[in-house]
Each structure stands twice: as C-alpha cells, then as structure tokens.
Write a protein of this length. Structure first.
Length: 95
C-alpha cells in the first residue's frame, strides 16, 4: 500500500454511525450525516500520522500493513482542493 492509497481513503466520504450523529442546529435534532476531510493548503513541512491499530468489535488489533512513501517529492497535487495554494502558498497556474 502506498501513502497515496492512504490519502485516497482519507478523503472519502464517511457516514456517521448511529450514536455518533451530528447535531443540526436548524432542525434541533441529531442526524446521521456524512463527513469528508479535505486539504485546502499543504504546508512546507507536512506530518502524517497513520493509524497503528484497527478497531473491530472493541478488539484493537495491530495493523501490519506496510505503507510505502517517498522520502522526497511527495506530490500532493491531487489531494488539495485549491490547487493554486500548493507548497507554502506559492501560486501555480491551474489549467
């Protein structure tokens, strides 16, 4: 598995489970909603923390999947919402 696979999983929509509902201030109720994590800007130094344990039925098992990643030149272009702000705010031409 590559770090890019992990980033794809990170940005997928997740439906909040029952018991973990979001409170809607408009309808004054807890509702099942979807959450999505997005990156709007990538800093010059990026720290990524990966989950070491997977949780199945209240059992914590160590995740043994190895993740490959580049030591230099991590390309975050496909994972940033505003592609014009990649790499410490430098402007990039977006076709």
């Amino acid at each position: 598995m590559s770090i890019y696979d992990c980033l794809e999983l990170f940005r997928q929509d997740n439906k909040l489970s029952k018991g973990n509902e979001w409170y809607c201030s408009r309808c004054k109720e807890h509702v099942q909603a979807e959450k999505k994590m997005e990156l709007y800007k990538v800093p010059e130094v990026l720290i990524i923390q990966l989950k070491r344990f997977k949780d199945f039925n209240c059992n914590n098992d160590k995740n043994l999947i190895e993740v490959s990643f580049p030591i230099e030149d991590l390309d975050m272009t496909d994972y940033v919402v505003d592609k014009a702000t990649i790499d410490d705010g430098m402007e990039i031409e977006v076709p």
